[in-house]
Ligand binder design. Structure first.
Ligand code: NAP
Length: 495
């Protein structure tokens, strides 16, 4: 008898797709809740998701490390307030190993299709293998699929050219002429880290960014020893960071009239005024939209970096790429050896390109043809027992996504408990609940700072922000326990 056939609703078989931060969490939480029949699929040969894929120079997380940690696995060893990416990757690998997840992951196993039929999910893998599960948890990431710019001639570039999330570490940089396209969080970190390593650096800026200064001090050995000796002090650091990020950032972004936004704006303006000496350069770096309309960039050293003698800010639009470099609209050729595309991600992909079909063979691609959506960022009507972690309309970009994933997983486990208790075999959000959520979400989105007139990855095709448009406190309360009236609980085979 196969594992799939053996499973009963008292011990539902769960498939977790993706072993990044959220997938590892799902595996740990399922095991703690006593789910024994869990398959974890990871298309790559290593866990870590974002932190496996993004290895660009200067990568760090701008959420304080003691908050960007699982609540059940505090880490007294973090080296900095904002620790570097390699350290974060090592943390996830360590936690996955310690909690017995790593050996259970099927690496190199890409799920390409999930179809719901006869009360179960059938999974198709890229190598032709199949599996079946009662429940699917799609932990497939958000900022995952690189967005490559549609710049004429890009393929003709004679030097090395790669996206920030596909860094080619074999390419030498010392003494070379490096171009960076983009001014998002990735580009700003890259420029700051590269400028002293390369011969010349050209930053191609389409839109300037507001930059919030934030020092990144290391933790001294004595501080780490104190954290080790007294876990309560570590918990206190985390709680303080959580409160500060909630009240000083996440909660205020959703109210464009919040006075705290003016405080952030003033801090960014003062940073620009005080840091950039040349008035012409200062004006080129001054955004014409409100701070935090785009995802705020945090950097203590970018303004220094862009003022180095070997750095050049190019604001003339890119006309095309040629074998020798980038040609801007003024006719100038910026000769380059290396071109880095820090041009962001296709944020509306979510579980795609995986093909997901729900009840009645309805394709998720069709349901989402106007743009992806999910009730509380987790559930889509017609897709029973299918849960997204970090799905559409979640509070991405403004809080610790680990905290977000933990809350989502806690919510999913409460729904699964209904199945395990025998109350139902299938749980799906009702179309009415989805509609109500989406109508309220759209109305609230218009009041957020993201809707105040800038281009960003928060916006959908109509220019409406897609991220969670309410306070983070509301996310906490909405995800604390499912409102069962919003769900349809069915027995297998019931119509
Ligand atoms: P991003 O914020 O989407 O930035 C992409 C940049 O590329 C923008 O400056 C954009 O210009 C530019 N661009 C795109 N297409 C272009 C084209 N055809 N020509 C010229 N410029 C073009 O991407 P990201 O920097 O990778 O960051 C994405 C998100 O990842 C962040 O907002 C953040 O949430 C997360 N992240 C976090 C950290 C961290 O420290 N926690 C670090 C890196 C990333 P426009 O502005 O004009 O559109």
């Amino acid at each position: 008898m196969t594992a799939a056939a053996r499973s009963t609703r008292r011990d539902p078989r769960v498939a977790v797709i993706g072993a990044g931060m959220s997938g590892v969490l799902a595996a740990i939480e399922l095991a703690r809740a006593g789910y024994r029949d869990v398959a974890i699929y990871e298309k790559a040969d290593r866990l870590g998701g974002t932190w496996r894929e993004n290895t660009y120079p200067g990568i760090a997380c701008d959420v304080p490390s003691h908050l960007y940690s699982y609540s059940f696995a505090p880490n007294p060893e973090w080296s900095h307030r904002f620790s570097p990416g390699a350290e974060i990757q090592a943390y996830f690998e360590d936690v996955a190993r310690r909690f017995g997840v790593t050996e259970r992951i099927r690496f190199g196993a890409e799920v390409v299709g999930c179809a719901f039929a006869d009360g179960r999910w059938s999974l198709a893998l890229a190598d032709g293998a199949r599996d079946a599960a009662d429940v699917v948890i799609a932990a497939t990431g958000v900022l995952h699929h690189p967005a490559l710019p549609a710049i004429e001639g890009l393929a003709s570039f004679a030097g090395a050219c790669f996206h920030s999330a596909r860094w080619d570490h074999a390419v030498p940089l010392a003494g070379r002429r490096v171009g960076v396209v983009g001014t998002g969080s990735s580009a700003i970190q890259i420029v700051s880290a590269l400028v002293d390593r390369v011969g010349e650096l050209a930053l191609f800026q389409r839109t300037p960014q507001w930059i919030a200064p934030a020092e990144n001090p290391p933790y001294e050995e004595a501080e780490k020893a104190a954290f080790r000796a007294d876990p309560a002090s570590l918990a206190a650091v985390r709680a303080a960071a959580e409160r500060a990020l909630t009240d000083g950032f996440a909660n205020v972004l959703v109210d464009a009239d919040s006075p705290v936004l003016q405080v952030i704006q003033d801090a960014c303006t003062a940073n620009l005024e005080r840091s950039v000496r040349d008035p012409a350069l200062r004006e080129k770096l001054r955004p014409a939209y409100r701070a935090t309309c785009k995802r705020l960039v945090i950097s203590a050293d970018f303004y220094d970096a862009i003022q180095r003698p070997n750095a050049r800010l190019v604001t003339e639009p890119i006309e095309r790429v040629e074998p020798a470099g980038v040609r801007t609209r003024d006719g100038r050729l910026h000769a380059l050896d290396v071109l880095v595309l820090a041009t962001g991600f296709r944020v509306d992909a979510f579980v795609r390109p995986m093909r997901v079909t729900g009840r009645g063979g309805v394709a998720l691609d069709d349901v989402w043809k106007g743009g992806p959506f999910a009730y509380l960022a987790m559930c889509v009507p017609g897709f029973p027992n299918f849960f997204l972690l970090q799905g559409p309309n979640g509070p991405v970009g403004n809080f610790s996504l680990i905290d977000v994933a933990e809350r989502e997983m806690g919510y999913v486990l409460q729904l699964l408990a209904r199945i395990r208790a025998g109350a139902c075999d299938e749980v799906s959000v009702t179309p009415a609940a989805m509609e109500r959520f989406d109508a309220e979400r759209r109305a609230a989105a218009r009041r957020t700072i993201w809707a105040t007139g800038c281009r960003s990855w928060y916006l959908d095709r109509e220019g409406l922000p897609t991220a969670w448009p309410w306070s983070f406190d509301r996310f906490r309360s909405d995800t604390a326990a499912p409102r069962l009236d919003d769900f349809e609980l069915r027995r297998r085979g019931e119509r």
